[in-house]
Design a protein around this ligand. Sequence first.
Ligand SMILES: Cc1cc2nc3c(=O)[nH]c(=O)nc-3n(C[C@H](O)[C@H](O)[C@H](O)COP(=O)(O)OP(=O)(O)OC[C@H]3O[C@@H](n4cnc5c(N)ncnc54)[C@H](O)[C@@H]3O)c2cc1C
Length: 302
Amino acid sequence: MNLSLNLLPPRLRPLARAGVPLAPLTTFRIGGAAALLVEPASLRDVSDLLAACRASGVPLFVLGGGSNLLVSDEGVPGVVVSLARLKKIQVIGSHVIAQAGANLATLVTRCSQAGVAGPQALAGIPGTVGGALAMNAGGRHGEIADWVERVIWVNPRGELESLYREEIAFGYRSSTLREGVVVEAWLHGGVGEPAELAARARTILQEKLAAQPYSEFSAGCAFQNPKGMSAGRLIDLAGCKGLGVGGAQVSTMHGNFIVNTGSATASQVLELMRMVQERVQAAHGVRLEPEVRIWPACAPAA
Ligand SMILES: Cc1cc2nc3c(=O)[nH]c(=O)nc-3n(C[C@H](O)[C@H](O)[C@H](O)COP(=O)(O)OP(=O)(O)OC[C@H]3O[C@@H](n4cnc5c(N)ncnc54)[C@H](O)[C@@H]3O)c2cc1C
């Protein structure tokens, strides 16, 4: 799909590029190009961009660190907004104000250095602060919602708005923030000793490195854990470890990771996800739902 820069207000055009390959901007390293990629430099740019997309009926896709994304081989027929330029982090006492494009690992390090306890639980999760909020990223040590005070976002109506924690519905690897564009987060942690907090973050990171295929191209867990069960365990028991379609393979290290061994296409990953869903359904009578976000939206079993 070709999109003209003219759909954007003149002020935003220098921040936009057409036909930008998205694969290098994702941890899966898969997918086609964005019709337009825009990198706003201010909160106002984000709301102006949303307004322009709404006015012209062009779909908007929000890109963080691309660590939970599978982009279709045909690319994305709309505007992709990347918040990579909005990455300031400020720590005031036990409060942290972080822009959405800030790296989550940097946030964890800054919290440890400043003696802010809690977000160390997020050590080892790739991506940005905005993506973590949209996905309610976390694991067995906690999830980002645990430390949210408030969030500034551009809501689906295109307005810049501040939401308190109680106004946001966070679920398991999901939040209502995915309906708009998060631009800034205010987090609040406890008080800790910097050296101890850094050690805790290191321990959690080491745990993840030992259990997950970090050095390979993936988008993290492919499927959500069904209530009270481990998707990885169900996949292992269904005999899917090592199963492959083209360059896509179920990791031999962790059954819930699908890895790109180098040449995988999005359609191969989707085909493999469909096979895994079928085998798990047949073996356990459980339907696995994707955790990875698929652009543009489509079901693996479609
Ligand atoms: C090796 C590996 C390990 C992982 N381990 C974990 C883990 O332990 N726990 C866990 O929860 N996840 C894990 N993940 C998945 C992923 O890192 C998280 O979901 C992460 O929070 C996604 O952030 P991102 O910035 O990369 O978002 P992206 O992948 O860019 O986007 C994900 C979704 O969030 C939306 N989004 C992104 N930014 C914004 C924004 N500013 N406003 C609104 N919506 C936005 C996107 O539109 C998309 O729907 C892992 C991934 C990998 C590759």
